[in-house]
Design a protein around this ligand. Structure first.
Ligand code: LRH
Ligand code: MN
Ligand code: MN
Length: 387
């Protein structure tokens, strides 16, 4: 790729940020409060707009319903536009209601299944109001004990709810199905892996695609293989980026294993899937329990940009030649040369070209926004967990 093409690709890259990254969060042991956290969905959007203002590549905010419920979603969309961003993916939430103790759409009780489906359909109504194209579904459904419920019957119930929701989608709307190998269910999870999500999406049709949350795999899983496979099948809809050391840690993307992020982005670039019109949505799904939230989001966006820049620098011709020649060390060397490149100077130039400060972290710190929100906002909201 020419240097101009690399710069163009970096300028055109789009990263979607989650509204819940800006609220207070923690673990089941403790939710920590931070000064200045948002009290309303509007304030979350205002904070997200700061991330875009300093990085230039994050103009889209995901909402989570009911965490971000408002009376008038169209008006919230206009508010976002005033802040310089737009509302993106609508995330459904059927995991925080006592009724869902035995599952939501897979619950053995038809009344509870109807309630869960009602929420999914309501999320599509919200998408209509916000102009959102993507509905993201993650189900906490599963069982804790062998024999607790019928595994096959639960798959049937899941398929039924997905199909009813799929039928409600508009022509330009998609359903993105996210998997996770465990938690909160510990014995059996109804959508535990990409294969299960993929099989449901294939049956549903073109508007159903898989979400890869990078934190939702067993240790040692080769995530870039999943990326390559789903891209080849036209079934990769989106990422939920974050990083993990142990479980679903939701730490900053690129923090635990920047090399893995590079390998993922290499598959993306290899497939031409980086462009905003590729149909792959690059989202963050993170919580910042102990670090300040807006800078953590800025850092995360920068981490994705750095991995992307390195992936764009891979000498594709040299790699293909080494692969064709069976030159194992040569091929690996081509990849490592790109990974070992310091791309920070290049990204500073890309930001300068966009009319931005080349150092987003320092520029945000100097802006005084953190001090302003700490003074103005009293009684910030929890992100959603344990609420
Ligand atoms: C589940 C998950 C899913 C939820 C989000 C808050 O672990 O990754 O994407 O919507 O966390
Ligand atoms: Mn996720
Ligand atoms: Mn998760």
């Amino acid at each position: 790729m020419t240097e101009i093409a690399v710069r163009d690709a970096l300028r055109a890259q789009r990263i979607e940020v989650p509204s819940w990254a800006y609220g207070n969060s923690g673990t089941r042991f403790k939710v920590f409060s931070q000064p200045g956290v948002p009290r309303t969905p509007q304030e979350k959007i205002a904070d997200a707009a700061q991330v875009h203002a300093f990085t230039g590549v994050a103009p889209i905010v995901s909402l989570h319903i009911p965490w971000d419920r408002v009376d008038d979603f169209a008006k919230l969309g206009s508010y976002a536009a005033e802040q310089g961003v737009r509302i993106g993916t609508i995330n459904a939430n059927v995991f925080q209601d006592d009724d869902y103790r035995l599952g939501s759409v897979t619950n053995p009780d038809p009344r509870i299944r109807r309630k869960a489906l009602g929420h999914l359909l309501e999320c599509v109504d919200i998408m209509d109001a916000t102009g959102s194209a993507d509905l993201k579904l993650w189900f906490s459904d599963g069982t804790n004990y062998p024999g607790q419920d019928d595994i096959r019957a639960r798959q049937d119930r899941l398929a039924e709810a997905l199909s009813a929701t799929y039928d409600r989608l508009g022509d330009d709307q998609r359903m993105l199905l996210e998997y996770k190998f465990f938690e909160p269910a510990f014995y059996m999870t109804d959508v535990p892996d990409w294969g299960t999500a993929y099989a449901h999406c294939v049956r549903l049709g073109e508007k159903a695609q898989v979400v890869i949350d990078t934190g939702h795999h067993a240790p040692g899983t080769n995530i870039e293989f999943i990326v390559a496979f789903l891209l080849r099948e036209g079934k990769l809809g989106a990422f939920d980026f974050n990083s993990r050391f142990y479980a679903d840690d939701d730490l900053m993307v690129g923090a635990a294993d920047p090399f893995q992020l590079f390998r993922i982005m290499h598959e993306i670039v290899r497939a031409g899937a980086l462009r905003p019109d590729s149909g792959v949505n690059f989202m963050l799904d993170q919580c910042h329990n102990i670090e300040p939230k807006i800078p953590a989001q800025i850092r995360s966006v920068m981490n994705v940009q750095e991995a992307t820049a390195k992936a764009l620098l891979v000498d594709a011709e040299a790699l293909a030649a080494a692969q064709a020649a069976g030159d194992v060390l040569g091929a690996n060397g081509v990849l490592m040369d790109a990974y070992d490149t310091d791309v920070r100077p290049l990204l500073r130039e890309v930001r300068a070209d966009l009319g931005l400060d080349p150092e987003p972290m320092a520029a945000y710190a100097r802006s005084g926004y953190a001090q302003r929100i700490a003074a103005e906002r009293v009684g910030g909201q929890q992100a959603g967990w344990g609420a």
